[in-house]
Ligand binder design. Sequence first.
Ligand code: COA
Length: 189
Amino acid sequence: MSIPVLRPGQIYKEVALKDGRIAVLRAPDFRDLDSLLGFISELVDERVEIIRTTKPSRGEEAEWLGGRLAAIEKGNLVAIVAEVDGRLVANCEVERRTPQFPEGSHVGVLGIAILRGARGVGLGTALMESLIQLAKQMNLRIVILDTFATNTVAQNLYRKVGFVEVGKIPKGIHRNGTYIDMLRFAIEV
Ligand SMILES: CC(C)(COP(=O)(O)OP(=O)(O)OC[C@H]1O[C@@H](n2cnc3c(N)ncnc32)[C@H](O)[C@@H]1OP(=O)(O)O)[C@@H](O)C(=O)NCCC(=O)NCCS
């Protein structure tokens, strides 16, 4: 078991966005349950290109959040939420890939999502750069992520912060009767 680099609720930094608003970046804690439930529900309604397509119940979200907080405490997860004007507008994380498999425990898997009203003003860049720093502190050496080939905005962000495309699973996603390629990106941290 390692020591968490950012404990639940701990503030990481404040970031000035391009539109003048301030984002507070911190680790989530259990008090974020309803905000996170609203957050994922909004993304599902918008049909953004993330894996989740259905809204969780409050119980499912509580179980999920409890698992994330436990993984943080074990040093296997770094998670950041961003608040702007007191509202949770972003959630992202890097999770150690296989804590029970030492030969793979230097690899982390990244996920990120931001609500519509907070996109395009530099928050994604700030969150990705923060996650890369924190992944290093977790003693990860490689961070990977998967994305829809159609999600060019996300790919622009990943390339901007140093990720490179390392693979493609043709037709890796089947959504609404259509096959979409899945791309894998990676970075050495
Ligand atoms: C993908 C996402 C995280 C990007 O975050 P963001 O805060 O909008 O990104 P930033 O404002 O920091 O912009 C970073 C780069 O992304 C690219 N980008 C941002 N908005 C763009 C747009 N509308 N069109 C094209 N490229 C865009 C640019 O290259 C930009 O760099 P620049 O500002 O130097 O030009 C955000 O759009 C999002 O959460 N989308 C919905 C969920 C999602 O798709 N998650 C990823 C799943 S794999």
